[in-house]
Design a protein around this ligand. Sequence first.
Ligand code: FMN
Length: 220
Amino acid sequence: MDENALFKLTHGIYVLGTTDGSRCVGSIVDAVMQVANKPFVLALSCGNHSYTKSCLHTAKEFSLSVLGKEADPFIVANFGFQSSRDVNKWENVEFEVWEGLPYLQKSLAGIKCKIIQEIAFESNTLFLAEVLDCQIGSQDGEPLTYYDYRSYYKDGVIKIFNEQKDRMKGKQMTEDKNEGKKWVCTVCGYVYDGDVPFEDLPEDWVCPLCGVDKSFFELQ
Ligand SMILES: Cc1cc2nc3c(=O)[nH]c(=O)nc-3n(C[C@H](O)[C@H](O)[C@H](O)COP(=O)(O)O)c2cc1C
């Protein structure tokens, strides 16, 4: 089986917003599609490792801000390369709260959804969600696709993440504690379980699943 075939399936790139009960949280998602039109229903897949997934289970509602091809790579780095467990991501961007959910001020569209069903797999949870409301956003242009991300956009995201780590981490929520924690790839969710201590891996070591370097791993 050549798993690269699955990268030929493409989707858009979205900032998902929800709440953990005390603050707005969220992440980048691409695994979203419309699966019914009466009522309008979307399918969303979330990695089980993500804080967003655990919050959706309780909040039962989320927003999607649709990114365009002109979207600032900082947005993808901020929401996709770190966890809301550690950082208040929304404080790093311009956003507005509408009916309790956060939306980017600059996006192609905003969509509000209510979760109606949840199916758990080993790696991911599939949410089916009814569209409660949606509107065209303040930006024009074509949607950014996951194919765009992999073919030319990703390098800019990695660059800005490395350059602006301080800006993003400036809003830390907690301190790292090594005990009982695992090194997890913040891009794809791979959990490092090798015999060599993670800290001792060579600097050119890369994630075996998605290929990003050690700097994208964090203790969770
Ligand atoms: C381009 C891109 C697409 C992604 N697509 C998804 C996705 O569809 N579902 C998902 O759960 N995570 C996806 N991720 C990973 C999450 O955004 C990432 O693990 C994030 O750090 C999770 O943050 P959280 O712990 O605050 O939820 C994607 C990341 C990137 C960069």
